[in-house]
Design a protein around this ligand. Structure first.
Ligand code: SAM
Length: 543
């Protein structure tokens, strides 16, 4: 079977929703007795070049990962990377999910991202059969799909593009022609109607995406969106049951109170699934990452966060001391504004903002927030319930994150510096890398140079000395607004400041790792990572 992904590979993007910890955390909070991610067996169907699996395989050396993809070209790229990294716990297999033999009899987690809507009906059936046959009893699968009604607008763009597309042409020509068609469409639409405004926004977004995305999303022969209940019924016919969504904010049944939906407004919706689909209409949901289990779930209720680590990438807008009598403004990583009026809300947000990118155990957060409340003489007594309630609100608004295994990142550069070997490989090829939160981040030239300087681990003093030497020898040019800095006594000082800034940027992006093993640092629920072991090995060799 010919695969268009051989011709135009799809560089797999990561996000926290595709990390096994997210599956485990949502599953646990919704009452499933999941296997711990650090020792799990994990399968990814349609893994392309393995970009989702590689960082997890490095993070959890005692877990075993298998990726399968139809495209031998993508698997070859992935295998080359696996070999360069010396990974022994990740197998990448080229094959068709309908016929392939897989190495294990059962998997604790199965991920199938960006595949289901894009394959023929028979392959969709094969995916569900494989998941149903191989998922363990308490396992969790995540299958993403294009969702209605939100996908409808993309459906219009697809129809316009397909009208002019000629599959007999080669892929680069089809993409070029596609972009031309989009430009004409943008011009013809204008900006003067409500319809054109929404569509223009979508067209702009598509034009800024890669050729690979444009081709595979809009010019592939298959692209089938589903209403949530249609998808859920299809899964149920394979004895797989819908549990929720991997993205906190899409678990709309939990948002009833947030949305102020009265029972009256929900009247006529006989099950929570109907409510959830009704809310897809409210939010115009276009994409879902559905979590599936082998158990027929009850109406899900969210359990306690007390086993979780909490984090939020958020910043306070104002300066000076926190004002408890006024509304405080915050902004999240996507630039969305967020206000806090209650003392508890402000103290929680300030606490999580100061900790980022590190995650804080719920109990520690609770103690610190309680201290803060006592300090401000807020006599509310035990804050446990209010804190849980507020944190769940932050989760459902996709502001905070909860995880069972805290990512091993540090919030500021230490004397010993360490980056993931995968980040080192990625940054040697491009400016797009995967951080400790399993998110895609873009970094600048200085940060890439620092990553290559840190290599397998380096002390800060060594890094500074190395870069200083290179500047003196002329092999590294430090430029200010494009103009190389002149040779002067201040230069070394400037270089030190630049290095500090660059390292701080790397830390805040979740790209610097602790160089000590977890037993020596704060306790986390995960075992020592590959990076920790590697670092210890290197230290021993130098002794
Ligand atoms: C849009 S890409 C998604 C890749 C990756 N999961 C991600 O999210 O970045 C879809 C992938 O599914 C693979 N695929 C399509 N049909 C398949 C089949 N029958 N068996 C296995 N993989 C298949 C393609 O080769 C391609 O790599």
């Amino acid at each position: 079977m010919h695969d268009s992904y051989d011709e135009l590979p799809f560089e797999s993007k990561v996000s926290r929703t595709r990390h096994v910890d997210r599956l485990a955390t949502v599953g646990t909070l919704l009452g499933v007795a999941v296997s711990p991610p650090h020792s799990a067996t994990v399968l990814e169907i349609g893994c392309s070049t393995g970009g989702n699996l590689i960082p997890m395989a490095l993070e959890f050396p005692d877990a075993h990962f298998v990726g399968i993809d139809l495209s031998p070209a993508q698997i070859a790229i992935g295998r080359d990377r696996v070999q360069r990294l010396g990974l022994r716990n990740l197998d990448l297999i080229a094959g068709d999910i309908s016929t392939v033999e897989l190495p294990h009899e059962a998997y604790d987690y199965i991920v199938c991202h960006g595949v289901f809507s894009w394959v023929p009906e028979a392959v969709r059936g094969a995916i569900l059969s494989v998941v149903s046959r191989l998922l363990t009893l308490d396992g969790i699968a995540c299958i993403s799909f294009n969702c209605q009604p939100g996908w409808a607008i993309r459906g219009i763009v697809r129809r316009v593009l397909l009208r002019k597309d000629d599959p007999k042409n080669d892929v680069p020509r089809r993409v070029r022609q596609g972009r031309e068609v989009l430009r004409n469409f943008q011009e013809a639409l204008g900006h003067d109607r409500f319809y054109s405004l929404t569509l223009q926004k979508e067209l702009e977004r598509i034009q800024s995406e890669s050729d690979s995305y444009l081709f595979h999303e809009f010019l592939e022969r298959e692209n089938e969106p589903f209403y949530l209940t249609n998808f859920v019924n299809l899964c149920a016919s394979h004895e797989l049951f819908y549990l929720g969504d991997a993205r906190w904010g899409r678990n709309f049944y939990l948002r009833k109170d947030l949305l102020d939906l009265s029972e009256e407004a929900l009247k006529g919706h006989h099950s929570w699934l109907d409510c959830e689909e009704y809310l897809d209409d409210v939010f115009n949901t276009g994409f879902r990452e559905a979590l599936l289990t082998k158990h027929l779930p009850r109406v899900p209720t969210m359990g306690s966060l007390d086993r979780c680590f909490m984090a939020a990438q958020i910043k306070r807008v104002g300066e000076g001391p926190l004002r408890l009598d006024a509304v405080e403004e915050f902004v999240d990583s996507r630039g969305r504004p967020h206000t806090a009026s209650e003392p508890l809300e402000k103290i929680v947000l300030m606490n999580l903002a100061a900790a980022w990118p590190e995650a804080k155990p719920f109990e520690l957060l609770k103690r610190e927030v309680q201290h803060g409340m006592d300090f401000f003489r807020d006599e509310r007594g035990e804050i446990g319930e209010a804190l849980e309630g507020y944190l769940k609100t932050l989760l459902l608004r996709d502001i905070a994150d909860a995880s069972l295994t805290a990512p091993r990142v540090v919030r500021e550069p230490k004397d010993d510096l360490l980056v993931s070997p995968w980040v080192a490989v990625q940054s040697s090829e491009s400016s797009v890398v995967t951080n400790g939160w399993h998110d895609t981040v873009e970094i600048g030239d200085l940060e890439r140079r620092l990553i290559s300087g840190i290599g397998d681990g380096s002390s800060r003093a060594e890094l500074e000395a190395r870069l200083e030497r290179e500047v003196h020898e002329g092999s590294l040019v430090i430029a200010e607004e494009g103009i190389p800095m002149s040779v002067s006594p201040e230069r070394d000082e400037n270089l030190k400041i630049l290095i500090t800034d660059g390292l701080t940027t790397l830390a805040q992006a979740g790209l610097l790792l602790p160089s000590v093993s977890p037993s020596q640092s704060e306790p986390t629920s995960q075992k020592e990572s590959f990076m920790g072991k590697l670092r210890r090995k290197l230290l021993k060799q130098h002794e």
